[in-house]
Write a protein that binds this ligand. Structure first.
Ligand code: EPU
Length: 421
């Protein structure tokens, strides 16, 4: 298991490229199952989650080639049975369900287990598929789905107690593209990654309107074809390095971004007193403000503040003068990073899904353990300014979603080493 050794207190300066989006790539790779023709997908980040997804597609019978960021998939002969050993490694493997049901009218996928960031049910995914004609059976921890008479478009409302569902919207959209008639998803997730999937499906010949809003209309077509598609930049990776710039800049330039996908993060960093500028449309430049101050954040579905940036902001506010209040509404238990950060001297109190952080002057190095992807990123950010040398163990969590984070931080001047044990 690898670990990171991070010497705190070095200013970050310079420019790096932001990778393609992990959370857009995962459903897009799965959607390649909807055609037997050759699909080329570019800027797929080389992270372990995309590699798990490619392994699942291979196990389903697809021919997969990867050369750096470009992935070529040909799913001419596939079967509907996703293997448990691979599916259990990644919750997002649930998104092969929609394409399998759409194309083969059957799927067998293991029920994803619990998750460190809290309950992650799939009731809305199943409700969506059932409403357009799928029969669902649970047996031995597996979901068996069949649609013997095919799928039939319908209006489906997809809202749960914590709001819309990103991968649930994706699954229904991927099944509905080959259904008979028109499916309308009300209360759809409006995240840029959902819109990117719709753009990919449309490039394959689907007829989808309204993706990126809360009402998506999908007119079923008979067949999809191959295409060549480039994934959007990763807004959460960009947001994470923006926080790195605010915590430890210097001046940090992030190239190849979509600033329009980052409005709430940019506004929050500016409210907290930091400098954020956009250059030439796609480069974000961040430097620490002279008088940073705490801020209040509530995580919300897009375009609200993303839950996937909550942990990183906690790292920033840990050393920002004043009191910051962070309310998590999407995954109310997603605060594992706070107890690890308290080992570094952070002052936080958790009360009913809300964290109150009182900024301290400086954190101090301590051995800490990564618990999930974004919590791990937050620990790395905290370590960049902590006094002394921090050891972050279990960095396989961070490798799930950040492409070469150690190399990118080194390019900015951070003293971070990956140690293989
Ligand atoms: N929910 C239900 N029933 C369902 C599905 C979801 O109640 O059937 C609830 C969830 O428990 C949660 C809320 O709805 O409270 C939203 O969950 P959502 O389904 O939108 O999450 P997801 O699609 O499983 C994706 C991202 C997550 C990101 C969330 C929210 C991918 C692969 N994952 O998950 O990303 O936090 O949307 O934006 O796209 C990450 O990258 O670190 C990550 C966890």
């Amino acid at each position: 298991m690898d670990k990171f050794i991070i010497e705190g207190g070095h200013e970050l300066n310079g420019a790096i490229n932001i990778s393609g989006s992990k959370n857009a790539s995962l459903p897009i790779l799965a959607a390649a199952l909807l055609t037997g023709e050759r699909v080329v997908i570019r800027r797929v980040p080389d992270v372990s989650d995309t590699n798990y997804m490619l392994a699942i597609l291979g196990a389903l019978g697809a021919h997969v080639e990867r050369s750096s960021g470009t992935v070529i998939i040909e799913a001419a002969n596939i079967h509907p049975d996703a293997p448990y050993e691979l599916v259990r490694k990644m919750r997002a493997s649930i998104c092969v369900m929609g394409p399998l049901v759409g194309r083969l009218h059957q799927a067998k996928v293991s029920l994803p287990g619990g998750c460190i960031i809290g309950d992650r049910p799939v009731d809305l995914h199943l409700k969506g598929l059932a409403e357009i004609g799928a029969d669902i059976d649970m047996e031995g921890g597996n979901i068996h789905i069949t649609a013997k008479k095919g799928l039939k478009g319908k209006t489906v409302r997809l809202r749960g107690t914590h709001g819309p569902t990103v991968l649930g919207t994706d699954n229904l959209m991927m099944a509905a593209v080959l259904a008979e008639g028109t499916t309308i998803i009300e209360d759809a997730a409006a995240e840029p990654e959902v819109e990117d999937l719709a753009n990919f499906l449309n490039a394959m010949g689907a007829k989808i309107l309204g993706a990126g809003t809360t009402r998506i209309t999908i007119q079923g077509v008979e067949k999809l074809h191959g295409c060549d598609y480039t994934v959007i930049p990763d807004r959460i990776e960009a947001g994470t390095y923006m926080v790195a710039g605010a915590i430890a800049g210097g001046t940090v330039k992030l190239r190849r971004t979509r600033p329009d996908h980052l409005t709430s993060v940019i506004d929050t960093l500016r409210d907290a007193g930091h400098n954020v500028e956009i250059e030439e449309g796609t480069t974000i430049v961040v430097s620490p403000g002279k008088t940073p101050k705490g801020a209040n954040i509530t995580t919300e579905p897009y375009p609200g503040f993303p839950t996937d940036m909550q942990a990183q902001m906690c790292a920033l506010f840990a050393t920002t003068p004043g009191i910051s209040v962070i309310k998590e509404t999407i995954f109310p238990q997603r605060f594992m990073h706070l107890s690890e950060m308290s080992r570094m001297g952070a002052d936080s109190k958790l009360n009913d899904h809300t964290a109150v952080i009182t900024g301290v002057e400086q954190l101090s190095a301590a051995p800490v353990m990564a618990s999930d992807l974004r919590a791990s990123a937050a620990l790395v950010l905290a370590a960049l300014t902590a006094k002394g040398t921090t050891e972050v163990t279990r960095v396989y969590h961070i490798d799930r979603g950040y492409e070469h984070i150690d190399e990118k931080l080194q390019a900015l001047g951070a003293k971070i080493q990956r140690v293989r044990e």
